[in-house]
Design a protein around this ligand. Structure first.
Ligand code: AKG
Length: 254
C-alpha cells in the first residue's frame, strides 16, 4: 500500500458521486494481487460468473459457443488470499472511505461485488448504463464501491464511464428497461449519457463511487485481459434487509 496520504475531497464525492484516488496501492501490492488473480484464472478457480451468464451485448450465446467459458468475474475476492484480505480492510482505504461515507464504523459487504472483474479480449461484453443500487437491498441507498485498477484502464480495454452528479438524480421508472438499464432509445437518456466522462486509471489507482452513480463500460478490444478488484462498503448503521441477497453473508468491519 502506498504511503502518501491523499488529499481526499469529500465535497467532490458529494457533488460528482465519485472520486479517483491515485496510487492507493503501490506496485508490489498490485503485483501480488495480479499474481493471485492470474493463478485463479488458469485453471479457473470458482466461484465465478461467466460472460454468457449475463447475456450483455457481445457476450457468447451459451457455454457451448466460442468463448462460452470466458469468466467475467471471480467471485468472493475477499476469500481468495491474503493480498485481497489486507487490501479490502487496509487503514488507508478505510480512511478514504470514512471521508466519503462520513461515519466511523464502516463495513465491507461480502454479498455482491467483492469480486475481480476479468475483462477478456475477444469475448468480453458491453455493460449498459446502470446504477449498482439495483444489486443492493439496504435500509438506505448509501453504499460506496471501490474499483481498484490492477492494470491500465482505457477506453479500448473497457474502462468505466460515469455520469458526474447522476447519483443525485431521481428518474422515473419509465427511463429504465426491464433489467434497470437506461433505455438508450429515449432522447432524455441520450442527453444524460452525453454528459458522461471516461475514467482512465493506472495500476494501483482506485475509483470510489456511489451506488446510485450511473456508469457503463465497453468491450475490451485489446489483446490483454483487464483486471479490476471491486469491493463495496456501507456504514455499520445502514443494515441489509433481512432475507435478501444483501443479507446472505455478514459484512466485515474495516
Ligand atoms: O466492467 C464492466 O463492464 C462494468 C461492470 C459493472 O459496472 C458492474 O458489474 O456493475
Amino acid at each position: 500500500m502506498a504511503n502518501a496520504m491523499h488529499e481526499l475531497l469529500p465535497e467532490t464525492f458529494e457533488r460528482d458521486g465519485y472520486l479517483v484516488v491515485r496510487g492507493l496501492v503501490d506496485r508490489p501490492g498490485v503485483d501480488e494481487m495480479r499474481e493471485t488473480v492470474l493463478r485463479s484464472l488458469e485453471p479457473l478457480q470458482g466461484p465465478a460468473e461467466f460472460e454468457t451468464d449475463v447475456g450483455y451485448p457481445g457476450s457468447p450465446a451459451s457455454r457451448d459457443a466460442a468463448g462460452g467459458h470466458t469468466p467475467r468475474r471471480l467471485l468472493h475476492a475477499y476469500s481468495r488470499g491474503p493480498a485481497f484480505r489486507r487490501w479490502a480492510t487496509a487503514p488507508e482505504l478505510a480512511s478514504a472511505l470514512r471521508g466519503v461515507i462520513r461515519e466511523d464504523r464502516i463495513e465491507m459487504s461480502q454479498c455482491h461485488h467483492n469480486c475481480v472483474m476479468t475483462k477478456h479480449p475477444g469475448f468480453s461484453s458491453e455493460t449498459a448504463w446502470h446504477q449498482d443500487i439495483r444489486y443492493w437491498s439496504f435500509d438506505a441507498p448509501e453504499l460506496v464501491s471501490v474499483w481498484l485498477a490492477l492494470g491500465h484502464e482505457r477506453e479500448e480495454n473497457g474502462a468505466l464511464r460515469v455520469i458526474p452528479g447522476s447519483h443525485r438524480l431521481s428518474l422515473d421508472r419509465g427511463r429504465f428497461d426491464r433489467h434497470l438499464f437506461l433505455r438508450s432509445e429515449l432522447k432524455k437518456n441520450r442527453d444524460l449519457i452525453a454528459t458522461a466522462t471516461l475514467v482512465e486509471l493506472e495500476p494501483g489507482d482506485a475509483l470510489l463511487f456511489h451506488c446510485r452513480l450511473f456508469h457503463a463500460a465497453g468491450k475490451n478490444v485489446t489483446g490483454a485481459v483487464k483486471l479490476s478488484a471491486v469491493f463495496t462498503y456501507h456504514a455499520r448503521s445502514n443494515r441489509p434487509i433481512p432475507g435478501t441477497r444483501s443479507d446472505r453473508y455478514p459484512s466485515v468491519p474495516v
